[in-house]
Design a binder for this molecule. Structure first.
Ligand code: GLU
Length: 287
């Protein structure tokens, strides 16, 4: 299979040095492998995504010398695929509606359970399972949060007898990361696969889109390392191949803090306005 990777920004703010590093690294790796570099606009959060940020992404990437090998995909164009996948999980009894508010979850998760402190997973507080046992309606509801029943999903996959691994190349050498599936109910829990305002969630769409774009190598920051085990579980549930993962270092500010979208001072647009060249940006991020 042709080496295929992607850069998948969300148009919720200006691209900064961290994005530039991620995009340049993925682009360079694709070119070095004689492969393909794709662009995907992750715009499922309609409250925060803006067309002018999307336009700025295209402009900044082109300025950096990055070319993509197919028209960019937009997640908001793939609602039918997400819905179909959710339908399948619903019919298999693997997802359930959840009506808990953030406050309900916080209260339930911090209720004294044998003195244990509330546990956090890749998506924040681990869902305490309040809605899991409630009877499901006959038809999958729209406009409701849907959660994965992680214990049921793991059973379908064959845990604990099946081992799940993914290949990680981000450390310089290729190594197999083994996922401790028995722990996933307590370290990840029943994650959200569909939101109230969107028939999907980051985890669901990223897995389906990487497969739809035939991505063989996912190159992204180490901040998403813990999300990868979730993605591998979903790939198994959907019968999709697991790509190779390359989690790269994060670009930090002088105080060692990871750059955020609101770090406008490090926005590519700001460097451009100040007269920097694409080569200056490459040097700044250590490429
Ligand atoms: N859209 C995500 C972000 O902007 C990246 C997701 C991914 O690369 O898997 O952080």
């Amino acid at each position: 299979m042709t080496f295929t990777t992607r850069f998948a920004p969300s148009p919720t703010g200006p691209l900064h040095l961290g994005h530039a590093y991620s995009a340049l690294l993925a682009h360079d790796m694709a070119r070095a492998a004689g492969g393909r570099f794709l662009l995907r606009i992750e715009d499922i959060d309609s409250t925060r995504c803006r067309p002018h940020w999307e336009a700025q992404i295209y402009d900044d990437l082109a300025w950096l010398g990055i070319a993509w090998d197919a028209p960019p995909q937009r997640q908001s164009d793939h609602l039918t695929a997400y819905r179909a996948a959710l339908d399948g999980l619903w019919r298999r009894g693997l997802i359930y509606p959840c009506t808990c508010t953030r406050r309900d979850i916080g209260a339930a998760a911090s209720a004294p359970q044998e003195g244990a402190a509330p546990a956090y997973g890749p998506d924040g507080l681990i869902y305490p399972g309040t809605c899991r046992a409630k009877p499901r309606p006959p038809v999958m509801p729209d406009g409701t949060v849907l959660r994965l029943n992680m214990a049921a999903a793991l059973k379908v996959i064959g845990a604990p007898d099946t081992r799940l691994n993914f290949r990680e190349t981000g450390t310089g050498t290729t190594r197999a990361i083994s996922i401790d599936m028995q722990k996933l109910t307590s370290t990840v829990g029943d994650i959200v696969l569909s939101r109230k305002d969107f028939p999907g969630s980051y985890h669901l769409s990223v897995v389906l889109d990487d497969a739809a774009q035939n991505v063989t190598h996912v190159i992204r920051g180490t901040d998403l390392f813990d999300a990868t085990q979730i993605h591998v579980v979903l790939q198994k549930l959907f019968g999709l191949a697991t790509p190779t993962y390359h989690h790269h270092r994060l670009i930090r500010d002088a105080a060692g803090k990871r750059l955020a979208k609101r770090d406008d001072a490090r926005a590519i647009a700001k460097y451009r306005a100040d007269g920097a060249t694409p080569q200056d940006i490459r040097e700044k991020v250590g490429l």
